[in-house]
Write a protein that binds this ligand. Sequence first.
Ligand code: BMA
Length: 392
Amino acid sequence: MKRLIYTALPVPVAGLFLLILLMFSGFILSAQSISTERVRPSDESASRLTRNLFQNLSAMTGKTIMIGHQDALAYGIGWKGDDDRSDVKALCGSHPAVVGWDIGGIEMGMSENLDSVPFELIRQRIMENYSRGGVNTISWHAFNPVTGAGSWSDIRIPDPVVPLLLPGGQHHDKLILSLDRVAAFLSSLKNSSGELIPIVFRPWHEHTGNWFWWGSIHCSKNEYIELYRFTIQYLRNKHHLNNLLIAFSPDVGFTSPTEYLDRYPGDDVVDVIGLDDYQSLRTNQPEKLVRNLEIITGIARKKYKIAAFTETGCTNVADHRFFTEKLLPCLLHSDLTSSVSWVLFWRNYKHDHHFLPYPGHGSAADFVEFINNERIALLRDILDLYTDTAGS
Ligand code: BMA
């Protein structure tokens, strides 16, 4: 009967119908290819693995929120340097999907980072995490290259440092030396086939605060942007590091997309629209966290980028319902908030400085319940992020 209806259509009507159908499907196909075409890392020469990672993260958006933990595989509460160990695994049976690292100190030629984690161990753990399918993200608490002091702003600084480091500045050579040392480390991160391991690199973070020497009161908007752009372009062009996805991660202090983007260095040097926010939940303002997450995910969506909650946590997880009653409702508040690709908790350094529970901790049960939510993913829950599943 259905066939009859079609064949019974007068030929010109059927032809017109077919034409409209073809035009429509052509439109859909071209719209799809445009959007796949746009889902590309900011680096036009990004390596195959890096493109795959970016496209797979993009494809996961809105479905899964990965859990990340700083230094997860290097140490935890009551242990240091053990193989195949993390506090998350001790509680949940799997490592986190994202592991954060920090290379502050590499620019000074140190063999351990600012938190006394040997760079050799970091390198080894990054390679292991990659081979298990995890994501590695690296922040950089760079020492002040002029004074040699830590990254936290230092009242002894005679002059703002950033302008001195820029091309033409009196200490530009110190920035070059720092970047050469960063590059030497990043270039050593290779997989068993000799390919560079994709890294989410997160330099010059929390610039909206004033605690780092690159913070907003220590340099002008143009100086910050120049520092950021120079860093990325130097690593790419001089050192051929085409394995980097770049995360821009302001702290709180913005109330709109325009304010968030005030010192944004440009779509050609940013892949991840990030947010570091400890404050909103600490001060009992979940609506602020929701707003901030909606701002970053909204921007990421428009720009075909990834959004990530690049740092957060409740100090010592003192609130024993933090994960299920404070954080999760914000993450799952809306279609936008749940479009962050990952949430990274800060490090488990010691009993009075940690951001995830460990066995025996009063928040352990709450964390396990949080992890069991179907939208939340550990390493065991994610698909292979480095193979070409999105047609790159
Ligand atoms: C801070 C603290 C410090 C640490 C720094 C860089 O938040 O954890 O102890 O030195 O991060 O990792």
